[in-house]
Structures are given as structure tokens and as C-alpha cells.
Ligand binder design. Structure first.
Ligand code: BEZ
Ligand code: FE
Length: 288
């Protein structure tokens, strides 16, 4: 019978006949943890109702492009935990981070060396890098998909009409040595969406909503595990308090100031400019 002492066992037992063993395991653990949580904090009826109201509002905030539940998972650190335990870096491979909600439009294919800055605002920047495997062998022809916020901290999809669609997005194909390079602007830190229940939660907790400045990079190629990661700007505010816990030290790079008119001209950049290099180590399927 259901009573306070045995509540978790009784409810877990009701799932004992779940045919799928993994679903049974997950449901049983969920019941165990949920009951322990209620007992741990001594949840009141009003608090339970407030929680239901919060989750209902979270669902109501979701549509085709807005996923407030993922945002909730992000600020609770659950997204990064799932990402981290399922993509443990081995053999020196590059660490992963969350994909985030702004990869909602396909990046346009661009040639190596192209600019992804369709506006011309912000500090010009040269991004170079190389995709290699754990043996440091190049991954020729790797697809390198990049997207980033602008110098004011906005993605193109947040400023429809004000900036060209696909601004600061590009899909590059690495050369025969796995190298890639493109022109851009230095991204700025920005707040995650705060106009919904998750923003209210952060406000109630006295937490800020900012993400440290970064460029999103997703690398894929036949025979390698797709890597979703960020390149963080060294010195950016919020590197030590990113709102979604996405920062990993190994992903932070200096965007160095360069004053070199010859090099600027070769790459089609104004002088001076900033430059960053990012070697990306991917894992071969079934190995390092
Ligand atoms: C992003 O980096 O684009 C992002 C990630 C998680 C939540 C909001 C934004
Ligand atoms: Fe982002």
C-alpha cells in the first residue's frame, strides 16, 4: 500500500512490467529521485502548484523555433551534462558543447576564405583551423559549419529585416590537408532569451542570463563522429559564469590583434584585424 515511507517503492513497482528494459530502468529511477526530492525539500501543496504552473508556462512558450524546455534544461546544466557524458573526449579529441537554439536555418555553402559577415559591422577577424583525427592525420573535405552572434550579440534570426538572412553563418569544406579559413567579426557575449518562464526563473534566482562570446562550430565527415562545439573568445565576460555552463577551458582561444597590412591584403581584410586558430580533433567511428 502507498504510504509516506514506501511511496517510491510502491510507485516504482507499478512500472515493473514495462516491457522495454531501458524504459523500465529510466522510469524506476525517475520515480525514486522525484519522491526523494519531494521528501528532501518537504514540498508544500502551493509549491507543487507553482511548479505545475511554471512547467505549463514553459510548454506554452514553445513553438516551431522556440524551445523553452531545452532552455530550462540548459540553465539547469542538464543539457551540458547529457552532452558531456555522451561525448567524452578521448585521445585528445576536441571537447563538445551544446548546439543551442540558433542553428535553426541551414548555413549557406561558402568557399574557403569567404566572409560570413554580410553587414560590415564589428571588429574584422580571420578564423583559421585544421580538422584532424586523433592520430593528427588530416580529415580532408570535412564539412565545417559555423554560426555566431554579431558584434552586438545578436544572431541573424533575432534581427529579421535588419540584417540579411544567413548573416554570420557558413558551411565550409576543408581542403586536402583538413584546413579551413574564413573571415568574420569578433562575436560578442549575449543573453539567452529572458522573456519567458526561464528568464523569470533566472531573475528569481538572481542569476544573469549571459553566454560568453563564442563561435559555434559543427564538424562532420564520412567515418568520423560529428562534433558540435564552440570556439570561445579569451577575455570575454562570463567565461567563468556562462548561463548554460557551456564553457570548457580547452575551447578558449586568444583572438589576437594583428597589424600586418600584407597579410590583411592577402586575406581581403582591413588592417588591423584579429586572428584566431583552432585545431579540431575529431574521432574516427569506432575509435580515436
Ligand atoms: C547558444 O549558444 O546559441 C545558446 C545555447 C543555449 C541556450 C541559448 C543559446
Ligand atoms: Fe550561441
Amino acid at each position: 500500500m502507498f504510504d509516506e515511507e514506501h511511496s517510491a517503492e510502491v510507485v516504482a513497482a507499478s512500472f515493473a512490467g514495462t516491457p522495454d528494459p531501458r524504459l523500465r530502468e529510466v522510469l524506476t529511477a525517475l520515480v525514486r529521485h522525484a519522491h526523494a526530492f519531494v521528501k528532501d525539500v518537504g514540498l508544500t501543496g502551493e509549491e507543487w502548484a507553482a511548479g505545475i504552473k511554471f512547467l505549463t508556462a514553459t510548454g506554452q512558450q514553445c513553438d516551431d523555433v522556440r524551445q523553452e524546455f531545452i532552455l530550462l534544461s540548459d540553465v539547469l546544466g542538464v543539457s551540458m551534462l547529457v552532452e558531456t557524458i555522451n561525448n567524452r573526449a578521448v585521445g585528445g579529441s576536441t571537447e563538445s558543447t551544446v548546439e543551442g537554439p540558433f542553428h535553426q536555418v541551414a548555413s549557406p555553402a561558402r568557399a574557403l576564405g569567404d566572409t560570413i559577415d554580410l553587414v560590415g559591422d564589428g571588429e574584422p577577424c580571420l578564423v583559421t583551423g585544421r580538422v584532424v583525427d586523433s592520430a593528427l592525420e588530416p580529415v580532408p573535405g570535412a564539412a565545417v559549419d559555423v554560426w555566431q552572434a554579431d558584434a552586438e550579440g545578436f544572431y541573424d534570426v533575432q534581427r529579421p529585416g535588419a540584417v540579411p538572412s544567413r548573416n554570420l553563418r557558413g558551411l565550409f569544406t576543408a581542403d586536402a590537408e583538413g584546413r579551413f579559413w574564413f573571415r568574420s567579426v569578433v562575436p560578442r557575449f549575449y543573453p539567452i532569451p529572458t522573456d519567458g518562464p526561464v528568464g523569470a526563473l533566472l531573475g528569481a534566482a538572481g542569476r544573469h542570463p549571459y553566454r560568453a562570446a563564442h563561435i559555434h562550430i559543427q564538424v562532420s565527415a564520412p567515418g568520423v563522429r560529428t562534433l558540435t562545439t564552440h570556439l570561445f573568445v579569451d577575455g570575454s565576460p562570463y567565461l567563468d559564469s556562462d548561463a548554460v555552463f557551456g564553457v570548457k577551458d580547452s575551447l578558449v582561444r586568444a583572438f589576437a590583434a594583428v597589424d600586418d597590412p600584407g597579410r590583411a591584403e592577402r586575406y581581403g581584410l582591413p588592417n588591423p584585424f584579429r586572428e584566431v586558430d583552432f585545431q579540431i580533433v575529431v574521432r574516427r567511428d569506432g575509435g580515436g
